[in-house]
Design a protein around this ligand. Structure first.
Ligand code: ATP
Length: 234
């Protein structure tokens, strides 16, 4: 569904991505893991059109989307839940969710809103509260709900479990699996390596701007290098 080929990207003189190849099959959960600064967020931003690649190609459902404007990428069916959530704290929960659908012109926005409320009942209960008054876990649910309001075929999640308590983290991973089971393909960036590999079909390991290892998630989980570097030796 998404093919990233020989992608190079950076910020001025900083080459954040040296050559990145990732393939996300339709219907899968693909996890991208790696240390801080490896280039995971830059990969997500390149897909969304938030960072202009220097070389390489990104195709989505066979269409070249390399360097395409963000709103066009969203319209094709890709949404990003950014690192740090980017909730609009001075807007209500409902307004935050409506922001996710601002580009849509169809008549199903209301029914999608109802679906988000069904998935996250706490957001319905708090729909008139300001985004900034929610707990960290609720804000993450709001960020996911907002991304779903764009009706993505491919959902990009950048460190959704960051800063959350273990029980809330478990909820978030469960929600990701449910969204996937209902037909949305997922590319997940996570520091929580064990759980990210566990729920994924495929995993990629990134180090300093390159993919150093990839494969089926069970093979990656059993790879001695991954065990040593990311799973505490087990
Ligand atoms: P993290 O888990 O810390 O978010 P990451 O794997 O997502 O790490 P990136 O955020 O993609 O890594 O960063 C890759 C490299 O690009 C790092 O060396 C980082 O310092 C650099 N970088 C990221 N954003 C910028 C920016 N806006 N301007 C300059 N350099 C940047």
């Amino acid at each position: 569904m998404l093919e990233i080929t020989q992608l190079v990207a950076g910020y001025g003189n900083i080459k954040a991505l040296k050559t990145v190849d990732i393939s996300v099959p339709e219907g899968a959960i693909v996890s991208l893991i790696g240390a801080n600064g490896a280039g995971k967020t830059t990969t997500m931003k390149s897909i969304m059109g938030l960072v202009q690649p220097g070389a390489g190609q990104i195709t989505f459902q066979g269409q070249n989307i390399t360097g395409l404007a963000v709103h066009k990428v969203v319209n094709l069916g890709i949404s990003l839940v950014p690192e740090g959530r980017s909730i609009l704290s001075q807007m209500t929960v409902l307004e935050n969710l409506e922001m996710g659908a601002y580009q849509r012109k169809d008549n199903s926005i209301q029914s999608d809103l109802e679906k988000v409320f069904k998935r996250f009942p706490i957001l319905e209960e708090r729909k008139t509260q300001l985004g900034g008054t929610l707990s960290g876990g609720q804000q993450q649910m709001l960020a996911i709900g907002r991304a779903l309001m764009a009706r993505p075929k491919l959902l990009l999640l950048d460190e959704p479990s960051m800063g959350l308590a273990p029980l809330v983290v478990a909820d978030i991973f469960k929600v990701i699996q449910e969204i996937n089971a209902e037909g949305t393909t997922i590319l997940l960036v996570e520091q929580n390596v064990r759980q990210a590999i566990k729920i994924a079909h495929y995993a990629y390991v990134m180090e300093t701007g390159r993919i150093v290892l990839h494969g089926k998630s069970e093979d990656i989980a059993n790879d001695p290098r991954v065990m040593e570097a990311y799973l505490g030796g087990r």
